[in-house]
Design a protein around this ligand. Sequence first.
Ligand SMILES: [Fe+2]
Ligand SMILES: [Fe+2]
Length: 280
Amino acid sequence: MVSPHPALSADLTPSAGAAPVLDLRAVARALPAGALPPLSAAGRSVALRTWRGRMVNEHCSAQVWASLLPQAMRAAVPPALLPGLATAAGDELRHAEQCAGVVVALGGAAVAPLPALRPLPAHAHLPPLEAFLWNIVSVGCISETVAVSLIRAEHLELPDGPLRALLGQILADEVQHARLGWTTLGVLLPRLDAAGRARLEAYLEVALAHQIAHELPLLPLNALPEDPGLPAAGVCRGAEARALFFATLGEVIVPQLEAAGLRARAAWAAAQLRPEALAA
Ligand SMILES: [Fe+2]
Ligand SMILES: [Fe+2]
């Protein structure tokens, strides 16, 4: 998923005018009857908003992974790393269809405004390998590791049943996406010279701030309706999810970047003070 994803680079504000529509009604993957708990009208409305948002995010994540493949090919990265990029794009499309199935099971239509899909940054001022590495760090190492953490926490809260199985499948894929990011970093980082490594370390501040700016709006602090069915419908509490989000960045991702050989702690401290992070 990402992330709730970001991932990645989609603007979730529908564009003005005749915005294109994401319509997954024809490909929504049906859930068995009784897959979801009974919900109040208010609870159902929140659950629908949550799962429709996930559907859109997953769909947009496919664009990000798909864009990484040609960038990787232009950079002549080792061919063993290429199939995983295409697989991840396909996974995200399937995740969107799975989330669409939950929307349908909640009694909704698997239709939503399609956000503007911003192109993946080309970082054209950099050598191709370095430009690709910037993006795979942002997408694979940072966004997908955040996704793993948030989805794992939700998965733990769900009772046994079809929804837990569905989220477990998505989680397994997100783990692979994050592993691809970290594996790629391990393979390509030694190929950067000292100047390239310093540029990547400086970029980490931007990438981490972007992660905050992108993710926090997806984890709103709104009070949830009093509905005992909501946790079993996969609706998380925003405050807890935000705490987990920051813990994942500060206590997992930053140390892992440091372990890979990058000075990430200073970047993380500075990222949290950047205007785009403070405004989120
Ligand atoms: Fe996904
Ligand atoms: Fe993913």
